[in-house]
Design a protein around this ligand. Sequence first.
Ligand code: UT7
Length: 335
Amino acid sequence: MPLRQHGRKARFIMSVKIIGTGSALPKLQVTNADLEKLVDTSDEWIRERTGIRGRHISTGETLVSLTAQACAGALENAGRAASEVELLLVATCSPERGIPCAACQVQSVLGAQKAVAFDLNAACAGFLFALNTAYAYVEAGIYRNALVAGGEVLSKIVDWTDRGTCVLFGDGAGAVMVEKCDKGGLLGFVQHSDGRKGEVLRCDSRELKNPYVSLPMEAPYVQMDGREVFAFAVRRVPESILEVLEQTHTDIEEVDLFLLHQANRRIIEGIAKRLSVDISRFPTNLDRVGNMSSAAIPVLLDELNRQGRLRPGMKLVLSGFGAGLTYGAGVMEWQ
Ligand code: UT7
């Protein structure tokens, strides 16, 4: 039986597959032309530097409402009832509440009363890390299935006066339902974190204010050194993809599609070039939805699934990267 790496320990593989996908986006679509009215930017700059043309922004939709809608879509697509869900994970870095966690709120909306629910924050790598977490639980036989979501309402943590960041992000949620299977499905993951580089992309949560101290927040909204993040992604993502391919004994030519975190079209092109893989094998939707952090990969996966572009037996690589810094990759055989 093949080995896979979980953290740094080698383990035996059991099979876990995705049986349904769902996604949800806020109604309001904001174009680059709309943003020209807010900050000193241009449609041309945004398109050329990022590939983004538009994004969906919440006008009342919450992280919980979007994520619950995406989860309901994944359940319907999988032909499963909310009452059957045993584990519910929500990856997010923009929850409405510190407590309770978003996953418990989503559980309540869905009526998934049997599920154990909790959140996971690894920023833009969050969905990938959550999927691997679900994989580990289901593979170990602790739970028979899991609903795994990535959701963000980044518009509430973005500084709408900072042209360097506000043009990049969008709101939305995506989800997958996973279940144990005999073979195929999720084949393996690698995950990495480098806390030393945490300052290059940060946002504080709340200020420390109590009867004894009052400290102002250093970064009340998202602050980013875009060039640093860009260089990190183009260097580390190909490494993690090659690492997971080696670990799962997968030849890069066997991979049909590479579903990367949708941050910047130029980052995706740089990664494709480093891997010597034709860009046509890297589907994107960032032109319409922008960077939705942990929601990016599951929303893209759901769109491809519903467009009928995923066929049984296809090999997919997923790869996320972002604040932390965190990054990783996974390989799956679509079923
Ligand atoms: O999800 C993971 C987290 N984020 C990322 O992955 C983002 C990674 N980084 C990037 O995508 C790119 O670095 C950005 C899109 C953020 C920026 O692109 P860049 O080519 O690295 O531009 P830059 O930051 O080097 O800025 C170039 C110029 C600057 O002007 P000067 O100093 O050359 O006069 C910026 O002030 O572009 C200016 N600029 C803008 N101009 C018009 C920055 N933002 C804008 C803007 N509109 N929105």
